[in-house]
Design a protein around this ligand. Sequence first.
Ligand SMILES: [Zn+2]
Length: 282
Amino acid sequence: MSLVKMKDLLERAKAEKTGCGAFSVGNMEMVKGAVRAAEETNTPIILQIAEVRLKHSPLELMGPMMVQAAKEAKVDIAVHLDHGLTMETVKKALEFGFTSVMFDGSACPFEENMAKTKEVVELAKKYEATVEAELGLVGGSEDGSCDHGIRCTDPEDARVFCEKTGVDALAVAIGNAHGNYPVAPTLAFDVLEKIHQNTNVPLVLHGGSGITDEDFQRAISLGICKVNIATASFNSLIEKVEAYIGTDGKHNYFDLNTAMESGVFENVKRHIEVFQTIYKNR
Ligand SMILES: [Zn+2]
């Protein structure tokens, strides 16, 4: 039980037809809450942080903490850079011991995305790390600063992309979006099914916060092996903090710390349970 390659967790999820939760963290309390949920459910998880978050949570501080937390955990944990945008950050994460990196070239033209992803695959090989890429456009953005719109992944492009780049995992756009959904999204399961048929790699669902439990399970049954959860954890943390601050009496830092951790713990635990449940067509 320790820091493991993300590829191993995804292959295990694929074989079991379950989903591996990838949970975004931004401070120590979030790391502790997520790891505790993984340990209590005896389920491996992925701890991740996106490049856009690094201005609030520097990689130099978060990286070593995430890696150490994984090493000390009682379950297998992979540490992943989410939405890497520059080669420099990808390299830094690998140097810190991340066992996986995502390079997000989804806003680039197809050929350029493929060329850049290939470069990352070559670099990651030296570290024996896993590489995730993205094809098509997932709506919104990791920090809510912009929205490029949604463009579903083309299943034929996905086949060519995976063959030529040699990526280990592919993030797909099937109507999913980052951030809070105004209403539960309609996922294009037909597109997902075609991508799954055309590629042999574990698929990744971004923008998991707000998708229904049944849709998660259906997506997992159609090839999704990794599900990213960020917003739901941030929301759950804030809810717990607000409830604590709303209580009478004098407040203190330590109980505030506990509130943050338990907010993340509850959300991560809930999602782990959903992702571990096999989809039954009702
Ligand atoms: Zn994402």
